[in-house]
Write a protein that binds this ligand. Structure first.
Ligand code: PMV
Length: 316
């Protein structure tokens, strides 16, 4: 039986993580080299309402009704049914696979949600707007990340570089010159919700200092937007370095992240910083074409468990 399929990319935050939770701008880019993919196989001979969920990456193979009510796929399908005003789905088997590393700040959860929404909507012959798709994925983000800004579900749904301010319409960005980035994974798993929670506790203790840091990050993000749009790589790299220093001041770095940032810079990267919540997960470094090989090799030598190259081009 033919499957209905949909996929969604990973993402990386280029500027403004954490500050974005407090209303300052951030910039995120899609990482199309990794993907979450959902397959929907119709089960026409099975009773209506029968849904099977298979996610081999996490050893899940279960009927939907047997999953806990707050399990993300169950919750997402229930929100989707409400949205489409469906009492029961026609029977289907949902298979989810993903090459996006988990708990690494690359948006795997949001990408899985977006892929599922699109594949199930295609199976049902329904059209859901990107805005609706992103809003449904955001509902699931809220359960897992506590107080998410909404940047992950937005960049993943639209799969374009974007400038994002919480509660405001986002803006899609285009670079004038091609830009290459490498993401390097510390291999240290990190929970976005936990790190965002720690930053909130620290902010509650010392709002004046934290607000000052978030404001500086916001200014760097605005300058980063101009540098990205104009394709000014050297300016962009310097701003990434400054953003990293400020992320250190809010205590979201860790020795493994510092090790990769300094390995990238020593090998010649134009700039390097934490990408995402921090305390593990990935760094992002800006590379000119001749830096790709030496910087990637240096990151691997320094212990990166994975490196992913990603590009922005004027046509994106
Ligand atoms: O999912 P991550 O690790 O890329 O973190 C998302 C970015 C934060 O600003 C830390 C949180 C948020 O909701 O924007």
């Amino acid at each position: 039986m033919t499957a209905f399929t949909a996929s969604a990319p990973g993402k990386a935050i280029l500027f403004g993580e954490h500050a974005v939770v407090y209303g300052f701008p951030a910039i995120a880019i899609p990482v199309t080299q990794v993907k979450a993919k959902a397959y929907v196989f119709p089960l026409p001979l099975h009773p209506r309402g029968e849904v099977k969920v298979e996610a081999p990456d996490i050893g899940l193979d279960e009927r939907l009704v047997n999953l806990p009510e707050n399990q993300p796929v169950r919750l997402l399908l229930s929100l989707l049914a409400d949205e489409l005003q469906l009492k029961e789905f026609p029977a289907f088997h949902l298979k989810i696979v993903s090459t996006i590393p988990l708990a690494a700040g690359l948006g795997s959860g949001a990408a899985i949600s977006v892929a599922i929404i699109r594949a199930v909507a295609a199976f049902l012959g329904k059209h859901l707007s990107d805005e609706k798709t992103s809003a449904l994925a955001y509902e699931i983000e809220k359960i897992y990340h506590g107080n998410p800004s909404g940047i992950d579900n937005t960049v993943i749904t639209f799969s374009r570089p974007l400038y994002f301010v919480r509660g405001h319409p986002f803006e899609l960005l285009r670079t004038r010159e091609p830009l290459t980035f490498v993401l390097a994974d510390t291999g240290v798993k990190s929970s976005t919700g936990a790190v965002v929670g720690q930053v909130r506790s620290a902010w509650l203790q010392d709002q004046t200092s934290y607000d000052k840091i978030f404001k500086q990050i916001g200014e760097i993000t605005c300058q980063g937007r101009r540098a990205l749009e104009q394709g000014q790589a050297s300016e962009l790299g310097a701003l990434m370095n400054r953003n990293h220093e400020l992320l250190k001041q809010i205590h979201v770095s860790c020795p493994e992240l510092e090790n990769l940032v300094s390995a990238a810079l020593k090998a010649g990267a134009g700039g390097a910083k934490i990408s995402g919540a921090g305390q593990g997960g990935n760094i992002i470094a800006l590379l000119s074409p001749d830096q790709v090989q030496p910087v990637t090799a240096a990151l691997q030598k320094a212990g990166a468990v994975r490196t992913i190259l990603t590009h922005l081009s004027p046509g994106d």
